[in-house]
Design a protein around this ligand. Structure first.
Ligand SMILES: CC(=O)SCCNC(=O)CCNC(=O)[C@H](O)C(C)(C)COP(=O)(O)OP(=O)(O)OC[C@H]1O[C@@H](n2cnc3c(N)ncnc32)[C@H](O)[C@@H]1OP(=O)(O)O
Ligand SMILES: CCCC(=O)O
Length: 452
C-alpha cells in the first residue's frame, strides 16, 4: 500500500477516533503546544459514557474541554508532569494532580515504570513525503509515550512547525492507528511580560558573569526571560544554546547576532532543545530550521550531556530559598505551583561543565507593597518542596547581589544568603540564624562577589 493509501485508510473523524477510549483508561494528550485539541473536544462530548479516565499532559497552555464540563472529576482526572496556571486551576477544581519528575528521566519513566498508556492522542505537523508526522516543538518524551501506547491517534495541524535536526522528533505513519485532520488552530501563545526593575537588576548581575562563547539554558518564569532579553542587548558573542525549553528570548538573542554555536563541543552551530513555547516569532523560527535541533529530553537534560558543553550557563527561577541553601521552585507550602522540571538537571549539569555556572534567581521579596514577604526564609515553609538540595545549589542571585554557596560552611552560607535578602528582613533572618546555630558573628558587609 502506498503512503497516501495508508493515510486515507487511517483517516477518521475525531468523534470516531475517540471511541477507542474506555472507562478506566490512561490517555496521553501530548505536551504543551502539542496537546490534543479536536480530539479533546470529542472526548469531552463522550463524558457521560465515561468514568475514571486518567489523562496525562503537562505545561498546559489552555483549559482542556474535558475539564470545562459539569462535574469533570466524575469522568476525568488530570495528571500533569509540569504545572502552569491552567494545571493549577484543574488542581484547585480537585481533579488535577502532579507527577514529580526529574525531567531528564521522563522518557525512562514511560519505558520502564508507567503502568499503562492505553491511548496516546496529540497534535502533529502534516505527514511528509516519507510518511513521517513531526511532533513539532514537543519532542520531549513523545517517542517513549508512543512506544508504550496501545493506540496512537495523531491530530494533524498545518500550523505545527516541523522541528528537525535531532532524533525521536517524528512518528512514522506505520506506527499510527488513526489520523484526524483537525481545524488547524493557531499554536498557543506564551508571551513574556516586560521586565520589572528587579528583573533588570538581577539580569545585569548574571550577564556580568557570562563570557563570550558560553552555552545557555534559560528556565521557565519571567526572570530568566528578562535575562535573555538583556543578553540580546549585550556585547556577548559566539554564544551557544542547549536548553530544555526553547523560548522567544533565544530568537531575540539569535536575531541580535549573538548566537553562532561555533564554540559548542557537541551540536556545533545548532541550538538544541526538547520543547518550545512562545509566540509566533518562535514557531516560525524553529520551523524547518537546520540551525535548531529538536531532541528528546533525556538527551538535552541529562547532567552528563550538559556537562560536555564548556562554560555552560544555566539560569533558573525559584519561589523560596532557606538559609541552608535549599531551593524550592515548585510549591508554596503545600500549594503546588509548578514542578521540578529540568531545574535540578541543569543545576547539576552546569556545575559539572568546565567553566560552567548555575544561577538560581529570584526577587528578594514577594507580594504587594505594604505586605511584602521575604523569599529568603530561615527554613522552607512547611510543605514546600526541595527542588535543589543544598549540596547542589551553586549561585543564588537577587536584586541585592549574588551568593556562591559552593564550599561554604553552614554559617558562611547563612551569611552569604542573608546578604542578598531584602534589607528590611536581614536583622530578623540573623536572629533566626542565631537560634538555628548557623550564625557566627554579625555581618553587615556588602554582598559577596561570585567566584566561579
Ligand atoms: C525550562 C528549562 O529549560 S529548565 C528548568 C526550569 N524549570 C524550573 O525551574 C521549574 C521550576 N520553576 C518554575 O516553574 C518557575 O520558574 C517559577 C514558578 C519559580 C516562577 O515562574 P513565574 O512564571 O515567573 O511565576 P509567577 O510569578 O507567574 O508565579 C506563578 C505562581 O506562583 C505563585 N507564587 C510565586 N511566588 C510565590 C511565593 N513566594 N509564595 C506563594 N506563591 C507564589 C504566584 O502567585 C502564581 O500563582 P497563580 O498564578 O496561581 O496566582
Ligand atoms: C517540565 C517543563 C518545564 C520546566 O522544566 O520548567
Amino acid at each position: 500500500m502506498g503512503l497516501m493509501d495508508e493515510y486515507r485508510s487511517k483517516l477518521v473523524t475525531a468523534e470516531q477516533a475517540v471511541k477507542v477510549v474506555k472507562s478506566g483508561d490512561w490517555v496521553d494528550y501530548g505536551w504543551c503546544v502539542g496537546h490534543a485539541y479536536e480530539l479533546d473536544k470529542a472526548l469531552a462530548a463522550r463524558a457521560e459514557e465515561l468514568t475514571d479516565v486518567k489523562v496525562r499532559g503537562g505545561v498546559t497552555l489552555w483549559m482542556p474541554e474535558i475539564f470545562k464540563i459539569e462535574n469533570p472529576g466524575d469522568h476525568f482526572t488530570w495528571m500533569s508532569w509540569h504545572f502552569m496556571g491552567v494545571d493549577r486551576k484543574i488542581y484547585e477544581m480537585g481533579c488535577g494532580y502532579y507527577g514529580p519528575i526529574k525531567y531528564n528521566e521522563l522518557p525512562r519513566y514511560y519505558r520502564n515504570h508507567v503502568k499503562d498508556v492505553d491511548v496516546a492522542m496529540f497534535q502533529v505537523a502534516p505527514m511528509d513525503r516519507h510518511g513521517y508526522f513531526n511532533f513539532g516543538p514537543q519532542t520531549s518524551h513523545m517517542m517513549a509515550v508512543c512506544e508504550r501506547a496501545k493506540i496512537i491517534i495523531v491530530e494533524v495541524n498545518e500550523n505545527m512547525p516541523r522541528c528537525l535536526g535531532g532524533y525521536e522528533s517524528e512518528i512514522h505513519i506505520s506506527k499510527v492507528d488513526y489520523i484526524v485532520e483537525g481545524p488547524n488552530p493557531p499554536l498557543a501563545q506564551l508571551p513574556s511580560a516586560p521586565p520589572t526593575e528587579v528583573d533588570k537588576r538581577v539580569a545585569e548581575l548574571i550577564v556580568s558573569q557570562i563570557g563570550d562563547g558560553a552555552c545557555l539554558q534559560l528556565g521557565t518564569g519571567w526572570m530568566p526571560n528578562a535575562v535573555g532579553t538583556m543578553i540580546a542587548e549585550s556585547d556577548l558573542k559566539d554564544l551557544g544554546v542547549h536548553t530544555e525549553m526553547y523560548v522567544d528570548a533565544f530568537v531575540d538573542i539569535y536575531n541580535a547576532g549573538k548566537i553562532t554555536g561555533a564554540r559548542k563541543s557537541i551540536d556545533r552551530f545548532r541550538q538544541a532543545f526538547a520543547f518550545g513555547a512562545g509566540t509566533n516569532k518562535l514557531y516560525e523560527f524553529v520551523n524547518d530550521n537546520p540551525g535548531v535541533a529538536s531532541y528528546p529530553v533525556d538527551y538535552t537534560n541529562h547532567p552528563s550531556q550538559v556537562a560536555k558543553l564548556d562554560n555552560f550557563i544555566s539560569i533558573n527561577n525559584a519561589i523560596e530559598i532557606d538559609l541552608f541553601g535549599q531551593v524550592c521552585s515548585e510549591s508554596s507550602g503545600i500549594r503546588h505551583i509548578s514542578g521540578t522540571g529540568g531545574q535540578l538537571d541543569f543545576v547539576q549539569g552546569a556545575y559539572d561543565s568546565r567553566g560552567g555556572k548555575s544561577f538560581i534567581c529570584l526577587s528578594s521579596t514577594y507580594g504587594k507593597k505594604g505586605e511584602l514577604k521575604s523569599r529568603i526564609v530561615p527554613t522552607l515553609t512547611p510543605g514546600s518542596i526541595v527542588t535543589d538540595p543544598r549540596t547542589a545549589t551553586h549561585i543564588i542571585v537577587t536584586e541585592y547581589g549574588m551568593a556562591n554557596l559552593k564550599g561554604l560552611s553552614t554559617w558562611e552560607r547563612a551569611e552569604a544568603i542573608i546578604n542578598i535578602a531584602h534589607p528590611d528582613f536581614r536583622d530578623q533572618l540573623i536572629a533566626e540564624a542565631e537560634k538555628m546555630k548557623i550564625w557566627r558573628r554579625s555581618n553587615k558587609r556588602g554582598s559577596q562577589t561570585v567566584v566561579a
